[in-house]
Write a protein that binds this ligand. Structure first.
Ligand code: T4K
Length: 406
């Protein structure tokens, strides 16, 4: 329990957590089931190139995503590239800037130009109201992002895409298991791409998948992930090597079996953060809808009210062994490969405020109460003292916050 500034580890007090807590701690399922599957694969001597475990994983994922097809891949970044190629994207692609940089890199790495769109500051999702102004004769597609597992304008975006004759792909890296209006999230757009990276709530060590209801698109994607091959001696498309291995599928299947417990834990964790931090001035826990998989808990810290910046709070927590992440700061449009001087006011404002906090199976109610006690202690009464003693107002300067457009 922190009662004075001297109790904070950053100022020499005792560290609150002996073992470090992380955002993105993998949820490990049943090890015996994993090892049994690995044994099977070794006994079969079939390790990759569409083995039976990958086939089983694809069936399970398609089922949960509500789509006819699932094409499993080695990660979501390559799956996004395959999706872009298979849907015929060629020039500019409209995409939010407030996302993990993989969304933008996936496009630019294959010669496409990401055109960054601003977000709705309430949800952090790409604002469909700003998309049409970005459409030019060079536009060849829209890549929406279901950030934090939230559906990105799944009613409006398909309509905009249809009106302009553009393919719509969703980066659903955060959204596996999410539902909207009773429908699984995979049902929206021409295709959606999931990530099964170790840090995701369902993981295949590294992994990804493209899901779609479009038979032609699925066939193309299936070929493109395997060097464009459509038969043993037949190459019909340019392709890449984006195949999922049997070892990854073994982990993915094991992780899928564990998914209900993880979702239950994540929902409880999110609720706990919401209740522990309710009413703290200048602090907001991003609310998530009922169908969300709740794999991220995102705070916004408004230094104008708290007296302490997001970055200072992050340092205070890191000293206590609570390792938070500034997902996703800064916006992609300000990163070196994409900087053009264009301004996206909401993206810039929000990316200065966000802090992802630990969740998943690695934290329990007691951990969250203790994390929140430290946050409350710093934010409600001691922001000025922490800032003064820390000798810095953090990266979110008063000038930056003045341009916060809300
Ligand atoms: N689109 C979106 C919207 C995405 O968020 C992502 C990935 C993608 C596309 C691309 O998906 P993939 O191609 O990766 O399938 C991590 C993940 O590597 C990345 O998959 C994820 N999003 C992103 C949000 O987070 P980093 O660079 O922040 O990872 P890292 O190594 O700093 O790890 C994050 C935290 O997780 C650390 O605090 C430690 C903890 N951790 C990590 C690993 C790998 C563990 O405790 N154990 C582990 O094994 O990108």
């Amino acid at each position: 329990m922190k009662r004075t500034l001297d109790d904070l580890a950053i100022f020499g007090g005792p560290v609150a957590f002996r073992e470090p807590l992380y955002v993105g701690r993998p949820n490990i399922g049943n090890r015996e089931r994993l090892f049994a599957r690995l044994e099977e694969a070794l006994d079969r001597q079939w390790l990759t190139n569409q083995g039976p475990l990958v086939g089983e994983f694809e069936e399970r994922v398609a089922d949960l995503a509500g789509t006819r097809h699932c094409v499993a891949m080695c990660n979501a970044t390559l799956a996004l590239q395959v999706a872009a190629r298979a849907t015929g994207m060629t020039g500019e692609v409209i995409v939010p800037s407030f996302t993990f940089v993989a969304t933008a890199h996936a496009l630019s790495w294959i010669g496409l130009t990401p055109v960054f769109c601003d977000i709705d500051p309430e949800t952090h999702l790409m604002d469909p109201g700003q998309i049409e102004a970005l459409i030019t004769p060079e536009t060849s597609g829209i890549l929406g992002v279901h950030l934090w597992g939230q559906p990105n304008a799944v009613e409006v975006l398909p309509e905009i895409a249809r009106r302009h004759g553009l393919p719509l792909v969703y980066d659903a890296a955060h959204a596996f298991g999410t539902r909207h209006g009773g429908r699984p999230i995979g049902a929206f757009g021409d295709a959606a791409v999931f990530s099964f990276h170790a840090t995701k709530f369902v993981n295949a060590f590294e992994g990804g998948a493209l899901v779609t209801d479009d038979d032609t698109l699925a066939r193309k994607a299936r070929a493109m992930r395997n060097f464009g091959q459509t038969g043993q001696d037949e190459v019909s498309y340019q392709g890449t090597n984006a195949k999922m291995s049997e070892a990854a599928a073994a982990m993915g299947l094991t992780s899928l079996e564990f998914m209900p417990s993880v979702v239950e834990r994540n929902v409880a964790n999110h609720r706990r953060y919401m209740s522990e931090l309710a009413g703290v001035p200048g602090l907001r826990v991003l609310p998530l809808g009922a169908g969300n998989n709740h794999q991220y808990v995102v705070l916004e810290i408004d230094q104008r009210v708290t007296g302490v910046s997001r970055d200072t709070l992050r340092s205070v927590l890191a000293a206590e062994n609570v390792n938070c992440r500034c997902y996703f700061s800064p916006g992609c449009h300000t990163m070196a490969p994409y900087r053009t001087g264009a301004r996206l006011p909401y993206t810039e404002a929000v990316s200065d405020l966000v802090l992802g906090v630990p969740t998943g199976m690695a934290v329990d109610d007691d951990d969250i109460s203790r994390i929140c006690q430290i946050i409350r202690f710093v934010v409600t009464a001691h922001g000025d003292g922490v800032r003064f003693r820390n000798g810095s107002a953090g990266r979110t300067s008063a000038r930056q916050l003045e341009r916060t457009p809300r």
